[in-house]
Design a protein around this ligand. Structure first.
Ligand code: 3PG
Length: 213
């Protein structure tokens, strides 16, 4: 039996400059899409729980693409965390934060990047021992200026800004000392999935992987 390496939330963030945020509607896309991202140098894959096929897609990737580390995005409650872990997710990302979700992920041994957009939400996550956080929706909620403002009172927090981040503006976030990586959906465009343009996804991954952080 293959030994599955486990990762901390910090290691998930440190693996590369960009975590792709993936929406899959077709199970047949999961494995070739994951292989295309890995070929471009991106292996931490956030498959969002936004489609009925998401859990099955995660299972397929976990089983067939051992070079990838599949995680679940849009995890909003303990039941979704449990379902994601059962499907083979090795990390979870949430758009917001509740203590129930944090505790459930701890109980499951599932590293969690809780989503925050305000100082009070950061304080709640810190109270529960989470120091690696997703800033969501990053551009809409204040962008790089907000992260600079947080670096004073929340200097020990590492952020993964997600939402409105693109290849063009990613460097503005990645240049900040409290940003380890960014998240974004641009690496896996819906039209590339629909047309099976895996080479384009590899190219987008390769450009993203070469961003400096
Ligand atoms: C999301 O959860 O949809 C992510 O924030 C992705 O946002 P983006 O499409 O702006 O990259």
């Amino acid at each position: 039996m293959a030994v599955t390496q486990s990762f901390s939330a910090l290691q998930v963030m440190q693996d590369g400059p960009v975590i792709p945020v993936i929406v899959l509607h077709d199970l047949a896309h999961a494995v070739p899409m994951a292989r295309a991202l890995v070929a471009g140098g991106v292996r931490m894959l956030e498959v969002t729980l936004r489609t009925p096929q998401a859990l099955a897609c995660m299972e397929q990737i976990a089983r067939n693409v051992p070079e990838a580390v599949v995680g679940a995005g849009t995890v909003r409650n303990p039941a979704e965390a449990q379902a994601a872990a059962s499907a083979g997710a090795r990390f979870a990302v949430s758009p917001g934060y509740t203590s129930r979700l944090g505790q459930a992920c701890r109980d499951l041994g599932l590293p969690l990047l809780p989503g925050v957009a305000t100082g009070s939400e950061i304080m709640k996550a810190l109270d529960d021992g989470f120091f690696q956080l997703k800033f969501f929706p990053a551009l809409q909620a204040g962008g790089p200026a907000m992260l600079k403002a947080w670096s004073g009172p929340f200097g020990e927090v590492n952020f993964c800004p997600t939402g409105g981040v693109t290849l063009q503006n990613a460097h503005e976030f990645l240049a900040l000392p409290n940003v380890i990586c960014v998240g974004g959906s641009w690496l896996v465009p819906a039209d590339a999935l629909a047309s099976g343009d895996w080479a384009r996804i590899t190219q987008l991954a390769s450009e993203a992987a070469s961003l400096k952080n």
